[in-house]
Design a protein around this ligand. Structure first.
Ligand code: NAP
Length: 338
């Protein structure tokens, strides 16, 4: 039985990946951090199914425990997904973001290098490494120009992964992941915030959805499709870097329009920039307004990925993007499903 290790198994991607690997017959080992409250809601359903799933406590800052566990498990495949994953928050907590995202990845690569047979290693890199790119869409050759602490940390880690692949001959893949969402997305992310607020408004709450820059565009995909790509990338005969993206971009405004539409509310917009608002077209009640508090110091923009290489080499072809993601998330929120 193949052994797969997942750091960040309690996160959005970790939970979908665990489901996928268990279905494929892997023994799955998950690393999670200790917290004062159980943080396993996304994987709880898997623990009662009698499948080969083992969970172990190991904070990313705890190298001794990580080394002990990884040496004992000796995984065939290691999916490194853990870390502070919120771009906006990385301006507020840059040190822990960099320690978890950059330094911890270095530590894990070193631990793997010391194993008799190093595992195939998947690193969850991010489109944020491109920051404000000169060209759009980006591909695997686009220069790294991060514009936030999270992007800087992912850039460091992605560069190191390339070094370990080339200098040490290790099987290390950078998955350059563009935004991917699901009903399991953390509640502080804009997509989930939009979907959950719309669901509350639909059920009668007197609430106004407050957002930052409505013109921000993202290449939004669907997390279950992205974890399939992660697995495919570790099945190749040689390691490489891959863009995982849908190749389409959607504005925050359009995402919100589709989320409200899914709840049966058509929006009418008034004003521009910081003064933009949206109203229910039938009742005239205010539904959405821009709040500059949510603007980022520097916003990454023109981040659209070209997934041609993943399509060609991995046969990975995402079907769900932007507006459809908005519909899926909102429908799930209305139904109370995660
Ligand atoms: P997520 O839902 O925020 O999950 C992050 C995981 O990392 C959680 O399991 C979290 O544990 C764990 N973690 C955080 N700090 C840790 C620490 N100090 N020690 C141990 N575990 C720690 O993120 P995701 O959306 O699944 O993303 C997975 C990876 O892909 C991340 O590295 C993210 O940066 C990257 N990525 C994601 C996207 C996206 O759109 N989703 C795009 C580009 C790159 P808790 O459950 O205890 O918080």
């Amino acid at each position: 039985m193949k052994r797969a290790l997942i750091s960040g198994i309690t996160g959005q991607d970790g939970s979908y990946l665990a489901e996928l690997l268990l279905d494929k017959g892997y023994a799955v080992y998950g690393l999670l951090r200790r917290s004062s409250q159980f943080n396993r809601a996304r994987i709880e359903h898997l623990r009662n199914e009698g499948k080969p799933l083992e969970l172990h406590y190991a904070d990313l800052g705890d190298q001794t425990t990580l080394r002990r566990l990884i040496s004992r498990i000796q995984p065939h495949e290691f999916y490194h997904l853990a870390g502070q994953s919120h771009v906006g928050l990385s301006f507020e907590i840059p040190e822990s973001t960099v320690n978890e995202t950059a330094i911890a990845t270095l530590g894990l690569l070193e631990i793997c290098r010391d194993l008799p047979t190093p595992p195939r290693f998947f690193h969850a890199a991010s489109s944020e490494i491109f920051g404000v790119p000169a060209d759009s869409p980006q591909d695997e050759q686009t220069p790294f120009r991060p514009v936030n602490p999270y992007g800087c940390a992912k850039t460091f880690a992605a560069n190191l992964c390339r070094v370990y692949r080339e200098a040490h001959g290790m099987f290390v893949v950078n998955g350059i992941l563009y935004n991917h969402e699901s009903p399991r997305r953390g509640e502080s992310f804009v997509t989930r915030k939009i979907a959950s607020t719309v669901a509350r408004i639909q059920s009668g709450a007197k609430e106004i959805l407050e957002l930052g820059n409505l013109n921000s565009e993202r290449d939004w995909g669907y997390a279950p499709e992205f974890v399939e790509g992660m697995w495919k990338s570790l099945q190749l005969s040689a390691a490489d870097d891959f863009i995982f993206a849908t190749g389409t971009s959607t504005t925050v405004r359009d995402f919100a329009i589709h989320a409200f539409r899914e709840a049966g509310i058509e929006l009418t917009f008034r004003g521009t920039g910081e003064n933009e608002q949206a109203f229910d077209s039938v009742t005239g009640i205010e539904m959405l307004r821009v709040n500059p508090k949510f603007f980022r110091p520097v916003d990454s923009h023109r981040l659209v990925g070209n997934p041609a290489k993943a399509q060609k080499i991995l046969g990975w072809s995402p079907q769900v993007s932007g507006n459809r993601v908005a519909e899926i998330l909102t429908r799930a929120e209305i139904a109370g499903i995660q």
